[in-house]
Design a protein around this ligand. Structure first.
Ligand code: PRX
Length: 693
């Protein structure tokens, strides 16, 4: 074993589900060699209205040359995910157990909801959706802050067999419109507003703009249901201790508080734009319906949800997950990767609008009957110790966040941590991007006090759940390595010619066999699904990431091998940003590359060639930054816009991005540029670098 290995804490190992690497290997081998037996033992813990057939448990084809790519688990069985998450737990005596603590943006604003209450609310909202004509297979778009109602809306879709399509509430109206039109949603569920730090975001207005823009794509949203969130925020702002209902045991979802034109402070008023006949208040609708709703039994291979992820062509891909396999995989990864035990308090900081929030705020925890924290705020409000104060407040045992957040908090040193007692922690998770060893060590030493295991979980929207990850109490950890595959997963490294690399080496990270949680298709576009993921190496699912296997068999994910960027854990494509930049009337061409960033991991460095006769000015530069921010979302904001009199292109017109990446970091070792049509442009670009960037 090489140096810099951190052994799991003995006391954690003793109690862990998987106590040793010997046990891990035994289970992992079983999951690959007796796949049906391994997963059917797990499936037996859930309710199946029509049982699965062990002799026909799963089937797949990954080889495009042999026919359409397909993956099926437990086809023919029927179940309902919502029933398994809520009814089953309530029937098993967990009705009064807290499903979620809610911690609002303001520390005085908090609440909790039990399994029983959650089930009742879900039944009500299922009836609301039905009353709006939503039936099995219909898509429901959700654009919401981190409040209980987002979970209620998701599970209501699952209960009636509708397909939720959540769009992260940081996306722009353009992005929301494009996604709503692509999935042809019948209903949009949203909220009036949300606070982020000290900023009030009027998201209903944004939704109105998006619904209008969706019409330009030929799609009309017939119903919009709006959660009244603002008055809750208003109440907490106006009561010194939040006693005015905002921190009651069960949040008052139907309280009667005035809505429109609420004066927030001396100079700020807020009104909610409204279209009669299309827009409905959540609480009004909920008051009119029955608190029970029989679940719709759906096939194991019926869709559960779709979630858009960036595509390298710029057009987002609607990744589709189905019912049975996703349920098994989210539940199992949650249990083992966070070493969850009854009594634990789990907290994942991801927004539910991303896959991490789907699998590890909602589906995985509830499938295990867990108690979790849902957090609406940011790590920096009201101060930089907010994460640590929330851990102390709820005595969090498992904490799951992103390297970008860790790096941002590291900047403030240990003082904000020391003000809080974080000794309840047992497991620390990391997700979204490679974690650099420096951030890993800081997390391990200052937050985990060298007692907690760190689970550096590698996975994707497409994989549905963790695929390469250490297991707490079991895996000796190497900072920066996601280590070993989860059960049912066998990573393979391929060289450029498609040959499998044995032992130590680096190559394309691929898989030749499905696990239950892998996506099944791209919504409405199976062709694209096959060409994006299965055409480069027939027979293999291609992750788009590179990886290295070291002498101890550990996997190290080295980053994207395609034109994708990972900014603060958000995946986006260079093409997506370039197309926004070139929409500006003064821009002729644009090329975007990633540049390492100390906090965000990577940031956007944009090269822009103005139209002939147009001068590149700071004004144009700031207009472009604003345009990207407005068209995609604030998280996509470029760090640098550089004037490029021309772009380094080969004689066949292909942009040589590796040269641009060198310019971005001011590294003159550009390598061979003899195939460029005009080599002089490289020197020009170095000369044009904006100062201090
Ligand atoms: O490049 C990998 C990176 O994030 C990509 C997946 O992004 P997305 O579908 O948005 O899902 C993010 C949350 C699962 C991957 O292709 N990535 C994610 N986790 C890690 C990672 N890279 C290295 N190490 C990780 N732990």
């Amino acid at each position: 074993m090489s140096k810099n290995v951190y052994l799991p804490y003995a006391a954690t190992s003793e109690k862990a589900h998987i106590k040793s690497m010997v046990q891990y290997r035994k289970m992992h081998n079983k999951s690959l060699e007796s796949t049906e037996q391994f997963w059917s033992e797990i499936a037996s813990q859930f309710h199946w209205e029509t049982p699965y057939d062990i002799n026909n448990f799963y089937s797949y084809n990954f080889d495009v040359t042999k026919g359409p790519v397909q993956v099926k688990w437990m086809e023919g069985a029927t179940t309902n995910v919502c029933y398994n998450l809520l009814d089953k737990n309530v029937r098993n005596g967990m009705g009064d157990k807290v499903a979620f603590y809610w911690e609002g943006n303001d520390p005085e604003d908090y609440s909790k909801i039990t399994y029983k209450k959650l089930l009742e609310e879900v039944c009500r909202f299922s009836n609301v959706l039905k009353s709006k004509g939503v039936v099995k297979g219909d898509r429901v778009a959700i654009y919401m802050p981190m409040v209980f109602e987002i979970v209620i809306a998701m599970l209501s879709c699952a209960r009636i067999g509708a397909v939720h399509s959540i769009v992260f509430a940081g996306f722009s109206s353009d992005s929301l419109a494009e996604r709503m039109a692509d999935c042809k949603c019948k209903v949009l569920v949203t909220a009036d507003s949300v606070y982020r730090g000290d900023k009030l975001l009027n998201i209903k207005s944004l939704c109105d703009i998006a619904m209008d823009k969706a019409k330009n794509f030929g799609h009309e949203v017939s119903t919009c249901i709006v959660v009244r969130h603002l008055p809750r925020l208003y109440r907490s702002m106006n009561t010194s201790n939040g006693t005015n209902g905002s921190n009651s045991d069960i949040i008052d979802l139907h309280s009667d508080v005035p809505i429109l034109n609420i004066t927030l402070n001396d100079n700020l008023t807020f009104s909610v734009p409204w279209t009669d006949g299309r827009d409905y208040w959540w609480h009004d609708e909920m008051d009119d319906v029955e608190p029970s709703c029989y679940p719709v039994w759906v096939s194991a291979e019926d869709p559960l949800f779709m979630l858009y992820t960036s595509g390298s062509t710029g057009k987002p891909k609607g990744v589709l997950h189905t019912t049975g396999g996703y349920l098994l995989y989210a539940a199992t990864t949650f249990k083992y990767v966070f070493d969850y035990h009854p009594g634990d308090i789990y907290w994942c900081t991801a927004d539910i609008g991303w896959i991490t929030g789907h699998s590890y705020v909602v589906y995985g925890p509830l499938a295990n009957g867990a108690t979790s924290v849902i957090f609406e705020g940011t790590p920096f409000y009201p101060d930089n110790g907010r994460y640590w104060s929330v851990i102390e407040k709820y005595k969090v045992t498992q904490f799951y966040t992103a390297p970008t957040a860790i790096r941002a908090l590291m900047k403030f040193g240990e003082e904000p941590v020391k003000k809080h007692n974080v000794d309840s922690l047992k497991v620390l998770g990391s997700v979204g991007e490679p974690i650099n060893p420096e951030a890993w060590l800081w997390y391990y030493q200052n937050i985990g006090k060298e007692r907690c295991s760190i689970a550096d979980t590698f996975w994707q929207t497409e994989t549905g759940g963790h695929v390469i990850t250490p297991l707490p109490g079991c895996t000796p950890m190497k900072p920066g390595s996601a280590s070993f595959p989860f059960f049912g997963v066998k990573p393979i490294l391929l060289d450029e010619s498609g040959k499998e690399i044995e032992g130590v080496g680096e190559g394309y990270l691929v898989f030749n066999k499905p696990w239950p949680g892998i996506m099944r298709t791209l919504f409405g576009n199976h062709e694209r699904f096959q060409s994006v993921y299965f055409s480069k190496f027939p027979g293999y699912y291609c992750t788009g990431d590179g990886a290295r296997r070291d002498e101890d068999g550990y996997f190290w994910v080295t980053g994207r091998v395609d034109d994708m960027l990972n900014v603060s854990g958000h995946l986006m494509s260079t093409a997506e940003v370039e197309s926004v930049l070139t929409e500006h009337p003064d821009v002729s061409e644009a090329a975007v590359v990633s540049r390492p960033h100390p906090i965000k991991g990577e940031c956007l460095y944009c090269f822009v060639t103005p139209n002939h006769g147009v001068t590149f000015t700071p004004k144009l530069s700031s207009e472009l930054v604003k345009k990207v921010r407005e068209s995609i979302g604030p998280f996509a904001m470029p760090d640098v816009i550089q004037h490029a009199p021309g772009l380094p292109k080969t004689r066949s017109g292909k942009i040589m991005r590796r040269v641009l990446r060198k310019v971005a970091v001011n590294d003159r070792e550009v390598g061979d540029i003899s195939t460029l049509a005009d080599e002089h442009i490289v020197e020009e670009l170095f000369k044009n670098r904006p100062e201090k960037s």
